[in-house]
Design a protein around this ligand. Structure first.
Ligand SMILES: N[C@@H](CCC(=O)N[C@@H](CS)C(=O)NCC(=O)O)C(=O)O
Length: 212
C-alpha cells in the first residue's frame, strides 16, 4: 500500500494513525508543502489520482481511495482486525457522526486558527470566536464521553478524528476549558497510544522544520 500524505495534513494524520493502529505496512509519500505555497505545485501523482488534488490518497494495488473518511472505512473492511469501528449499527452511526462532526464542524473553526497562526493569511480578530466555538464542542464531547475511556467504548476513528483536531487546536492556543476534565484525561489516554504518539511526533517534527 502507498499513502500520499501531507507533512502537516491532519486528514492524512488520521489515516496514518489508522494504518499504524492496524499494523499495516505501507509506503509513505510525503508531498511537498511550504507556508508560502502550501501544496503548490501539487504532486503529479496526486493530480492524477485525486479529482480535488488533495491528500490523503491511498493506493492499494489497483484500488485508489481518496478522502480520509473513505480511506479509514476501506482499511476497516479490508483489514477488520484490530477494529477501528465499534460493533452494532447504532454505535457505528454514532462513531461516524462524531468523525464527520470533527471534519465538517470543528475543522472550519480550527482552520481560522491555522490561517491566522500558521499561514498568516487569516485575521487574529477572528480567533476569539473560533476558540469559543471549539470550546463549546469540547463541552459537547465532555457530555458525550461520559465515564467511558473512549467515545464508542473501544478506541475508534471517532477518537482519532477528534484527537488530531483537538490536539492541534490546543497547540495553536485554544486551551481546553476547565469544565472538561474527562476530555482532558481522554486526550492523555489517546496521546499515549503508540500509533498516535508515533504519527503526532512526526507531524510535530515536520511542523518544527517547516514553520521555523
Ligand atoms: N475531506 C478531505 C479533506 C482533505 C484536505 O483538505 N486535504 C488538504 C490537506 S489537509 C489538501 O490536500 N489541500 C490541498 C489543496 O486542496 O489544494 C479528507 O478527509 O481527506
Amino acid at each position: 500500500m502507498k499513502l500520499y500524505s501531507g507533512p502537516l495534513s491532519l486528514f492524512s494524520a488520521k489515516v496514518r494513525i489508522a494504518l499504524e493502529e492496524k499494523g499495516l505496512e505501507h509506503e509513505l509519500v510525503q508531498v511537498g508543502w511550504s507556508r508560502v505555497a502550501a501544496y503548490q505545485p501539487h504532486h503529479p501523482d496526486v493530480v492524477a489520482l485525486h479529482p480535488k488534488r488533495q491528500v490523503p490518497v491511498l493506493v492499494d494495488g489497483d484500488v485508489v481511495v481518496c478522502d480520509s473518511t473513505l480511506i479509514c472505512e476501506y482499511l476497516e473492511e479490508r483489514h477488520p482486525a484490530p477494529a477501528l469501528f465499534p460493533t452494532g449499527v447504532v454505535e457505528r452511526a454514532r462513531c461516524r457522526t462524531q468523525e464527520w462532526t470533527a471534519d465538517e464542524v470543528w475543522f472550519p473553526h480550527l482552520w481560522t486558527l491555522i490561517a491566522a497562526r500558521v499561514y498568516g493569511s487569516g485575521s487574529e480578530d477572528e480567533v476569539p470566536d473560533a476558540v469559543r466555538a471549539l470550546q463549546a464542542h469540547v463541552r459537547e464531547l465532555e457530555r458525550g464521553l461520559g465515564t467511558r475511556d473512549y467515545f464508542c467504548g473501544p478506541f475508534t476513528v471517532a477518537d482519532i478524528g477528534s484527537f488530531v483536531f483537538l490536539s492541534t487546536a490546543i497547540a495553536l492556543g485554544c486551551p481546553l476549558p476547565d469544565d472538561a476534565p474527562r476530555v482532558a484525561a481522554w486526550c492523555g489516554r489517546v496521546a499515549a497510544r503508540r500509533a498516535v504518539a508515533l504519527v503526532m511526533q512526526d507531524v510535530n517534527a515536520a511542523a518544527a522544520r517547516l514553520l521555523q
